[in-house]
Write a protein that binds this ligand. Structure first.
Ligand code: ZN
Length: 261
């Protein structure tokens, strides 16, 4: 008997395909947190390489100028990351990140289908982002690149190009990089493995949270202390899962693994 998705009331499947294409998939900020993990990973990895990048999705002002202002006057459009002065003074590289799902209807019905080729869903999402952001970047004499990865790790072409743009052909220097390993000696492999692994793990985390909410939701709520539930109540259920108690994080039900030994 398949478990019911508490978002759309549809059935879950045994391979966790459903949370990626659910019509209510972003309840409790599930997709947003997955996206943000990928964005932060790419931002941190580029910084690690010495690039001057800024997270511009919130709190860093309007980088697109008048072109970015919304017609209704409510705020402005933002990309996720900006490579400051990447091409020249005042000519930046804007990056917008996303995690796409090859099980989505548009990707499966595309030619070639996402069922036959890897990266189809990522390319579809990337083309939408280019249509949205490239004119905005062009209005401020800058450039835009989409950074889209699929749930299972396939990257869009422009993400591959973006990684190569920042790393070049060089090898990492083991005398300089304190996280150098023999598994990723080239800068490109290092950067790609970092961001793709983050995306895949963030997706696994999203699946774990979906199952915790839909299958073990009652147990999580009962394990949450009263003050946490009281805090969460005015802001809705999303807050309840963003601020879990220590017992929820370390041991569902409040019993730590070492306490049973
Ligand atoms: Zn659903």
């Amino acid at each position: 008997m398949p478990r019911e998705c508490k978002g759309c009331k549809g059935p879950h499947d045994e391979f966790a395909f459903h949370p990626g294409v659910c019509k209510a998939g972003n309840r409790h900020g599930l997709w947003t947190q997955r996206h943000d993990a990928f964005q932060m990973s790419l931002h941190a990895a580029l910084q690690r390489l010495g690039a001057h990048v800024v997270s511009c999705s919130s709190g860093s002002g309007n980088w697109f100028g008048t072109a970015g202002c919304r017609p209704d006057g409510k705020g402005y459009k933002r990309a996720d990351i900006v490579g400051v002065n990447k091409y020249a003074v005042g000519r930046h590289l804007f990056i917008d990140t996303a995690i796409a799902d090859p099980n989505a209807g548009a990707a499966r019905s595309a030619v070639p289908s996402a069922a036959e080729a890897a990266g189809v869903a990522a390319e579809l999402r990337a083309s939408k982002k280019v249509a949205k952001y490239a004119p905005l970047a062009g209005a401020v004499s800058s450039h835009f690149m989409a950074a889209v990865v699929e749930r299972y790790g396939a990257c869009c072409d422009s993400l591959v190009g973006l990684l190569k743009l920042y790393t070049g052909d060089g090898e990492r220097d083991p005398t300089v990089c304190d996280d150098w390993t023999t598994f990723a000696t080239s800068s490109t492999t290092y950067l790609a493995s970092r961001v793709v692994f983050t995306a895949v793990v963030a997706d696994a985390c999203m699946v774990e949270r979906v199952l915790s909410i839909d299958v073990a939701g009652a147990a999580m709520a009962s394990a949450m202390p009263a003050h946490a539930r009281a805090y969460a109540r005015p802001a809705g259920p999303r807050c309840a899962f963003e601020r879990p108690s220590a017992s929820v994080v370390e041991g569902r039900g409040g019993i730590m693994w070492y306490e049973s030994m």
